[in-house]
Structure formats: structure tokens, C-alpha cells
Design a protein around this ligand. Structure first.
Ligand SMILES: CC(C)(COP(=O)(O)OP(=O)(O)OC[C@H]1O[C@@H](n2cnc3c(N)ncnc32)[C@H](O)[C@@H]1OP(=O)(O)O)[C@@H](O)C(=O)NCCC(=O)NCCSC(=O)CCS(=O)O
Length: 379
């Protein structure tokens, strides 16, 4: 498969890099140190179209290619992992409506979400249903005018600040994954209670919450206007989301490599820059090689996404490889910095912490391996 990065894709990535370096990166340490929400960047991100970068123009989005989207998310994550997480969680919500919604729902919700006026959250995971969403317990029972949703969702990014949540719930308890439907729920509807943010190891500005639901939703909030289509929509959305996680990984790992290269050139031992030591050169070589391989996987999955064919395998491989490789790259970058890398004066320890969740959320590495193995064995 050819991976093509067009001139337009490159120009967008360059513009994104300038914006992120000027606007996003300077606040990253403060966001992390104070666990302040990355939603503070919403207005600035909206102004340049980032909040709708995953959406086509007819839905109010920028309509950029999937490769450009990959490169943009990469730049965002290189500047601030928390901000990338907030934005990509919003994409999960809007992708749900794009892929699973009716035309009327797309028209109603997507232009506002693309402009950043509305912030979305994706409510799939539950305390007892993470890797296996088909085991969810949240129920949606038909009422005279719509549905009553009852249940608890967990680890939901953006929930407190969101304007709407796409909530996945069972409309038929006995039908397994085919009994799952999705609903667009107003964050401030009566009966939607959001916890305080979880205290997390990394991505401390990408807040995640528990959401307790006992609320009524009108019938026109059933995504796609048909019951039982939620699981398929969630899986399609996660195929996209996993490529964006891969982009976040290569963004942060790229920042870690850049820091390590700078340190190796400028840090001296016995009047020699440490870059002169072969042991360190080999570490840098391995880091750069793994980063490039991870990018190739990510861009391959993005290319496949652009082609409009199912790309679960490519997406799972991209996330698996990038999240595992990025963890190794950031760890080596910290090692190269020695004791300084372990201090909070430098971003290395933040990179390591921010990257750790990438092997877990939107499907753990083990789930990605299951997806890959299953595809291999079915063919
Ligand atoms: C590991 C799993 C993929 C396993 O899924 P299942 O074994 O339960 O389901 P399948 O039998 O594979 O499929 C059932 C059904 O769905 C269709 N399907 C499956 N995948 C896709 C897809 N990618 N695109 C389109 N359709 C798909 C499949 O064809 C079947 O259709 P029929 O019923 O036969 O017609 C899955 O359980 C999984 O991915 N688990 C991980 C869940 C996960 O990633 N959770 C994280 C949630 S979000 C998060 O972490 C953070 C959110 S945030 O930051 O707020």
C-alpha cells in the first residue's frame, strides 16, 4: 500500500506545528502540574478548526484527509498530551454521530461540534465492562416519548465540560452486542450526574469522569433512529480513535526523541558531549528507528481509513505498535537525561506518565492483539 503525504497535508502539519509550539506547548507543564483541564484551549483550537478536523465539510468540518488528521494530532500531542486526549475524545463523540447518526442528527449536532461551540464525550466504558463492551449493564427502556437510560459509565473523557454525551446502552438485554444502541444525551439533562475528575498518573489535564445516568431522552436522540446498531458504530469509531491514539504516541515519542538529541549534543562528560559515546548513539538509533516504524504503521492505517474500507487490522496494529514503542522511546529518552530526566523541571517524566495510558485506553494492547490474531485466523 502506498502512503502518500500530499503538499496540502504537509502544509497543514507545518501550520499545526507552529500553532502548537506557540499556543499549546507553553501551557503543558502548568496543565500537568496543576491537573488543570485542557479544555482551557477549546476556544483557540476551535478558532483554527481543530475541533472539526475529523469531519467532512458538509458536516461543518475541515474535510482534511485522514493522513493530515494524523499529522495534526501528532503535533498536538507533541505539544501537550492532555490537550490531544481532550480533542480526540471529542472526535469519538462526533465520529459516533457521523457514522451512526441519521442525516437529521448529523445536521443538528455536527456543525456546532465542529466549530467547537459544542463539546462531546463518548460514553461506552463501564466499571464492569471495559475490554468487553458487549457486557455493559446500562439499560435504555422505552417510554411513551423516548427512552429512560439507567446505568453508570466510567473513565469518560470530557464528561463534566461536555455539552453532549454519546451514551451506549442496551435496548435489548438478551441480544448481546446486537442489543446495544447509542443515544445523544444532553450533559445537563436532569438525571445526568458527573463525578469529580479521576486522579490519574498522566494526561492530568485530559480529565476523565464517572457518569451516573437515570435520565429521559426523547426518541429522536436514538442514534441512527434504529435500535441495535450501537455496537457496530462504537467499533467503527474506535477504529478511527485507535489511529488517533497512534498519532498521539508518535507525537509524544517524537518530542521525547527531540529532547534526547538536544541533551546528547549539549550535555558534556569529561569535556565531551555525551553524543560521542557509542552506547548512547545506539540508543538514539533504536529510538529513531522505532519511531519511524510506528509512524509508518500509523500513516498506513490513516491511508486505509481515507480509502473508506474497513481497517480494523491496520488500526489495531498501529495502536499496538505505537503505544508500546512510544513507551520504550520515552523511557530511553529519560534515561539519557540521567537524574535530570527524573525531575519535574523537564518534560521527560511527563512524557513517560502521559504515554502509559496509551497501552490501555481505547482497547488495551491485549485487545489489539486479539483483534489482529482474529483477523489473521479468519483469513
Ligand atoms: C475486542 C472486540 C473487537 C471484540 O468484539 P466482539 O467479539 O464482542 O464482537 P465481534 O464479534 O468482533 O463483532 C460483533 C459485530 O460487530 C461488528 N464489528 C466488529 N468490529 C467492527 C468494526 N471495527 N467495524 C464494523 N463492524 C464491526 C462485527 O462485524 C459483528 O457484526 P454482526 O453482529 O456479526 O453483524 C471489542 O470488544 C473491543 O474492541 N473491545 C475493546 C473496547 C474498547 O476499546 N473500549 C475502550 C472504550 S473508549 C476509551 O477507552 C476511552 C474513551 S475516552 O477517552 O473517553
Amino acid at each position: 500500500m502506498n502512503i502518500t503525504i500530499t503538499e496540502d497535508d504537509r502544509m497543514l502539519a507545518d501550520a499545526m506545528q507552529r500553532f502548537c509550539r506557540e499556543v499549546i506547548a507553553p501551557a503543558a507543564a502548568d496543565i500537568d502540574e496543576g491537573s488543570h483541564s485542557a479544555v482551557r484551549h477549546r476556544a483557540a483550537l476551535s478558532d483554527i478548526g481543530i475541533m472539526g478536523m475529523n469531519l467532512p465539510e458538509h458536516c461543518g468540518g475541515t474535510g482534511v484527509s485522514a493522513v493530515a488528521l494524523y499529522l495534526a494530532v501528532e503535533q498536538l500531542a507533541a505539544a501537550c498530551g492532555s490537550t490531544a486526549s481532550m480533542v480526540t475524545a471529542h472526535f469519538l463523540a462526533t465520529d459516533s454521530i457521523l457514522h451512526g447518526g441519521t442525516e437529521a442528527q448529523r445536521r443538528r449536532w455536527l456543525p456546532g461540534a465542529a466549530s467547537g461551540e459544542l463539546l462531546g464525550a463518548f460514553a461506552l466504558t463501564e466499571p464492569n465492562a471495559g475490554s468487553n463492551p458487549a457486557a455493559m449493564r446500562t439499560l435504555a427502556e422505552k417510554t411513551g416519548s423516548g427512552y429512560r437510560l439507567r446505568g453508570v459509565k466510567h473513565f469518560i473523557s470530557n464528561a463534566a465540560e461536555a455539552d453532549f454525551l454519546v451514551v451506549y446502552a442496551k435496548t435489548d438485554k438478551s441480544a448481546g452486542h446486537r442489543g446495544i444502541s447509542a443515544f445523544i444525551v444532553d450533559r445537563h439533562a436532569a438525571g445526568v450526574a458527573v463525578s469529580a475528575p479521576e486522579r490519574t498518573m498522566g494526561l492530568r489535564g485530559g480529565h476523565v469522569f464517572e457518569v451516573a445516568l437515570d435520565c429521559e431522552v426523547p426518541a429522536d436522540r436514538l442514534l441512527g433512529g434504529e435500535e441495535g446498531r450501537g455496537f457496530r458504530t462504537a467499533m467503527q469509531v474506535l477504529d478511527n480513535g485507535r489511529v488517533e491514539i497512534a498519532a498521539s504516541c508518535t507525537g509524544i515519542a517524537g518530542a521525547a526523541l527531540e529532547a534526547a538529541l538536544h541533551w546528547a549534543r549539549t550535555r558534556e562528560v569529561n569535556d565531551h558531549p555525551i553524543a560521542e559515546f557509542q552506547g548512547l548513539q545506539w540508543m538514539l538509533a533504536d529510538m529513531a528507528t522505532e519511531l519511524e516504524a510506528a509512524r509508518m504503521f500509523g500513516l498506513r492505517a490513516a491511508t486505509r481509513r481515507e480509502q473508506g474500507e474497513r481497517f480494523s487490522q491496520e488500526s489495531a496494529m498501529a495502536k499496538l505498535y505505537a503505544s508500546e514503542a512510544a513507551g520504550r522511546i520515552a523511557d530511553r529518552a529519560l534515561q539519557i537525561h540521567g537524574g535530570y530526566g527524573y525531575t519535574r523541571e523537564m518534560p521527560l517524566e511527563r512524557y513517560v506518565r502521559d504515554l502509559r495510558i496509551m497501552r490501555i485506553y481505547e482497547g488495551s494492547s491485549e485487545v489489539q492483539r486479539n483483534i489482529i490474531a482474529r483477523t489473521l485466523l479468519n483469513h
